[in-house]
Design a protein. Structure first.
Lengths: 367, 390
């Protein structure tokens, strides 16, 4: 009887199959199904049209493609000569012009390592060695002093390589710090737990700007006499601390998702705390938190722009310096920002889609 | 047994003893580092002849702040300057939170629209805002405002007595008096009263089962205090008209381009995140809930209010809290475009007095305190809407 009612109810549902003339326009139904929907559709079409023509006009038809600052001043569109003249400065900053191949190569190495570590097939402990190698090689390339490369001090580092460096090293060390903090926070020892909670909540409760300020202004005061820390390194430490606190909370979420039975099973096998964490709990917890970790990485890649506030020359800052160049000042007021926005958007969107695909993959894995 | 347990070597292998030992070591380490750093700092400060302590807060600041909500001039103290900065931070954060919530709600619902064009546009909006750093947007909005609007001398008069230029938007304002403050306080009181009355009536309705219209009582509770205050204080309506001089516009309320750029940057960037939060929240409520509500005879609006929204809020509130908190913290980027917020005023103070530690300590404590307050409030709200299990 119950089954019968069920089928009857299912059968009584209105058939969505369009018939006759409706069949031909079925595809339009979501667009002009109701009067309100039709209005929305036309409003959207108008908006898209305006945006497209606006962008096309600025970038192509009204754009200035030849000449120098004077031509751009006279024109009303995008100033392509600005981009052509300043491209290398925007990407590499004040790094000596003849040596640009070095940061360029470093960025390529970095991207290659990034792509390799994004492929699940290569996920193993060897990745750690790969990254260690990449960091050492990139550092040697940038700083020089080996293999006859002239030394380039860190005050001349800048642009995109610096942004990549700050965010990736920040994430790598922040990850280690974060895992330790997460373990401490979910530890059964009250004193250790309190220390971790206070650290995490204090860092998460204040803006990154204030931590950067602290690192740039206060850290030199904390150091013993004779010890000076490079400005770049100070910013890097601030980013590591900040990243560590946020990663700790994410990893803690993963730790909580690992069932108690896993801990107990490990203990019953006679594994100690560190061994059971390393071999049993962390591998499961970290696998769950890969997508949010990628999102954190995107966030930190964007947040490295804040180092311009304490006077480091990251990508955004070199773009702004290029726009402030006396020759171009007041002429290319938007072009640089649009270019920088595109670079950030391409990278962030790529990482974001990767994070979503990993999420889907992990979901299918579990069922 | 007893003798072996008390032997010192055995003791070291006891799990409980070890736990205590680890904790003692950790605390000692933290305290040791703290004392060492404190020692170094005080020695260095003494060497460099930098004064310590908060006495400087009562000295005259000597710098001007372009926007303040309480009377301030360069003769006022550092303490007051920092308070002005704090109020500016709160002011821009509150507006940014409201802006981001409204935009986020609209875009989040638009993302779920059955109209593919609208859903696509909403997706573009979210992706464009999420994938570009906030700081870049701040610079971009600021550059756009300065590039698009005319200089002050050629300010557009968009409405009578409303001027728009790259110096900001200037509108007529009321000349504020204590009587106005009284009315505003009465309005706030009315709001609180209205909520209390609504809660009492709801409780009564639930207890007695009689559904009686509650809105007249709520309306009275809302309007009575401000109306009474209006009659009592009789605030004067003196309008402060902006006047256009040759080089600048005086009088009126001025919305600076820095404020506008910061508000747009913070609000829009946060709205993209909120849109995703709202979308996830609505998606988390299953179709079955709608169908079940309809089958017990609820109308669409009732279903939304009584069934879907309470469940969606449960998913929405925790991430929404972090979004509000990060908007509040991100307002510290104001320093990059020159909006005089807490960090920027503190920075000026630090440069003038050289007392970096105190300056940083003040704004970190303020941020920490306000962050903890907001998160406690939201946790309280979250506990109210959360699922009560077993």
């Amino acid at each position: 009887m119950a089954e019968l009612t069920n089928t009857a109810m299912l059968g009584s549902g209105r058939s969505d199959r369009p018939q006759g003339w409706r069949l031909r326009f079925a595809g339009l139904k979501p667009f002009i199904g109701s009067p309100l929907n039709a209005v929305i559709t036309f409003a959207c079409l108008w908006l898209i049209y305006r945006l497209m023509t606006g962008a096309w006009g600025w970038l192509v038809t009204r754009a200035v493609t030849e000449g120098g600052p004077q031509a751009c001043k006279a024109g009303h569109g995008a100033c392509w000569p600005f981009l052509a003249a300043k491209l290398r400065f925007m990407i590499f900053g004040f790094y000596p012009y003849e040596e640009h191949w070095r940061p360029g190569l470093a960025v390529l190495l970095f991207l290659a390592a990034l792509i390799i570590s994004m492929i699940p097939r290569f996920w193993s402990r060897r990745l750690l060695w790969l990254w260690l190698g990449v960091v050492v090689v990139c550092g040697a390339l940038m700083y020089g002093g080996v293999l006859g490369l002239p030394v380039v001090t860190t005050n001349n580092w800048g642009g995109l390589p610096l942004s990549f460096m700050l965010s990736s090293i920040g994430l790598a060390f922040g990850f280690v710090l974060g895992v330790l903090l997460a373990l401490a926070r979910s530890s059964k020892l009250p004193a250790i737990q309190v220390i971790a909670v206070v650290f995490i909540e204090m860092v998460r409760g204040v803006p990154l700007v204030s931590i950067l300020f602290m690192a740039s202004v206060m850290l030199p005061l904390f150091m013993p006499d004779g010890v000076t820390i490079d400005k770049l390194l100070r910013a890097q430490v601030a980013i590591i601390i900040f990243a560590g606190a946020y990663i700790a909370e994410t990893v803690r979420g993963g730790l909580q998702a690992v069932s108690k039975g896993q801990h107990e099973a490990a203990a019953s096998l006679g594994l100690g705390y560190w061994l059971s964490m390393r071999k049993i709990v962390l591998p499961q917890a970290l696998k769950i938190v890969i997508p949010p970790l990628v999102n954190i990485f995107i966030g930190f890649f964007q947040d490295t722009t804040l180092v311009t506030i304490i006077g480091l020359l990251d990508f955004l800052d070199t773009v702004r310096s290029a726009m402030r160049d006396p020759v171009w000042q007041g002429i290319a007021v938007l072009e640089g920002y649009v270019f920088a926005a595109l670079v950030y958007a391409v990278f962030s969107y790529g990482m974001g889609s990767y994070s979503r695909s990993i999420e889907r993959r992990l979901k299918t894995d579990r069922h | 047994m007893a003798s072996s347990a008390s032997s010192p070597v055995r003791l070291l292998y006891d799990v409980r003893v070890r736990a205590v030992l680890y904790q003692v070591v950790a605390v000692a380490l933290v305290l040791g580092i703290g004392f060492y750093l404190f020692g170094t700092v005080s020695r260095k400060l003494a060497e460099q002849n930098i004064a310590t302590g908060f006495a400087y807060l009562s000295r005259p600041a000597g710098f001007v702040i372009s926007q303040s909500f309480i009377p301030y001039d360069s003769g006022d103290t550092y303490g007051r300057a920092i308070l002005v900065g704090l109020l500016n931070t709160v002011w821009v954060s509150v507006f940014a939170v409201i802006l981001s919530t409204v935009f986020g709600l609209v875009v989040g619902i638009a993302r779920l629209s059955r109209n593919p064009l609208l859903a696509f546009l909403a997706l573009i909006y979210v992706e464009a805002l999420r994938n570009v750093p906030l700081l870049l947007y701040l610079f971009l909005w600021y550059a756009l405002i300065v590039a698009v609007f005319p200089p002050v001398r050629e300010a557009w008069q968009i409405l009578p007595d409303v001027f728009l230029s790259n110096g900001g938007l200037i509108v007529p304002s009321l000349r504020w008096s204590p009587a106005h403050t009284g009315v505003a306080l009465a309005l706030a009181l009315g709001l609180v009263l209205a909520f209390v009355v609504a809660a009492i009536l709801r409780r009564h309705r639930v207890a007695s089962g009689h559904a009686r219209a509650a809105w007249p009582f709520v309306l009275i509770a809302l309007l009575a205090p401000p109306l009474l205050a209006l009659l009592l204080f009789q605030p004067e309506l003196v309008v402060n008209w902006p006047e256009k001089g040759r080089f600048r516009i005086t009088g009126g309320l001025q919305v600076t381009p820095e404020f506008t750029a910061l508000l747009a940057g913070l609000g829009l960037s946060a709205s993209a995140g909120i849109a995703e939060i709202v979308r996830a929240g609505i998606l988390a409520v299953g179709r079955g809930q709608w169908e079940a509500a309809r089958s017990v005879g609820l109308r669409d609006r009732q279903t939304m209010r009584l069934v879907v929204l309470p469940q969606a809020l449960r998913v929405i509130v925790p991430p929404l809290t972090s979004s509000y908190l990060s908007t509040f913290k991100n307002s510290s980027l104001a320093i990059a475009i020159g909006y005089p917020d807490l960090v920027m005023v503190s920075n000026t103070t630090m440069n003038q007095t050289g007392q970096a530690i105190e300056g940083i300590a003040i704004f970190m404590l303020v941020y920490l305190g306000l962050s903890i307050t907001i998160s406690l409030l939201m946790n309280w709200y979250n506990a109210r809407v959360a699922l009560v299990e077993r």
